[in-house]
Design a protein around this ligand. Sequence first.
Ligand code: A3D
Length: 314
Amino acid sequence: MPVCRRKVTVIGAGNVGATAAQRIAEAGVADVYLIDVVDGLPQGKALDLSEAAPLQHHDQMIYGTTDYADTTESDVIVVTAGMTRQPGQTRDDLLVKNAGIVRDVVGRAVHYSPEAILIIVTNPLDAMVHVAIEASGFPRERVIGMAGVLDSSRFRAFIAQDLGVSSSDVSAFVLGGHGDTMVPVPRFSTVAGIPLPELMRPERIEELVTRTRNGGAEVVALLKSGSAFYAPASSVLHMVDSILNDRKRVLACAVLLCGEYKLDGLVVGVPVILGAAGVERIIEVALTPDEQRALQASAGSVKGLVDTLQRAPV
Ligand code: A3D
């Protein structure tokens, strides 16, 4: 595998961050700087991952640090830093707490990497993209939320398992905010080009759509503590790879809409072309009235979070 000295910083060396670092390095996509607020955690995980490099046959460097100066001139910055909900804490408490963390880490990171592309993972995702846009001052093309890639992958996996076909032949189309208001669009989901409604009963499609909406919660319920991280980390890798290798993949990403899909000033998941410049184009497709209504409702829930943040003390 050719050595590539591009630089990705992953902020938050927890489950998603450390696994994303592993995936990015092992795919030979870039060197990785893992950074966390807990001293020793990023250094220890980076050391462990580096020691696996000879066995995994890659030459990427993986560094751990708590000093943002080490992340200077990163090409991509992935933000996974955040808290999970604690007993007695409301969703709004978590929203405000994570907004504070994202504002802080993004501000520090972009100081050293003003040309980077930001990929946001911290929940609640769409609201955190708003915070990151504000904290970085970056144009919307360079602040991108990871959610649709994961949600689409979950939908693809469920369709493939149900039909007994390779998941490589399944493509899925998911719009909207991350969470229970996401909008999978079955008529644009295909198996080797065949529209899904040709292969599956509407009731079964609906069951898989519901399972996709609850995909995160299903994993949480099984794990008992913590949330999904393998598929989220793979989703991060796909986005980083498309950007750094200018692949121009069409992926569902959370981006700030400025009139597209009849939405203005809100971050919502839509299909985009992801390349060296970040979001190179937002792909707009005509939606049915039902799909448009579902997308508006999803955007409405994102607006609720953004409004809560604006009312919260900074
Ligand atoms: P976890 O394993 O707890 O890791 C979070 C890490 O962030 C910990 O190592 C913390 O020490 C670190 N951290 C906290 N505050 C700071 C700070 N100020 N600076 C640097 N590091 C800090 O969580 P996780 O990795 O499982 O999840 C991380 C985030 O991603 C959470 O908000 C999840 O809800 C979110 N997530 C989103 C998706 C989406 O699809 C959008 C999927 C999976 C996880």
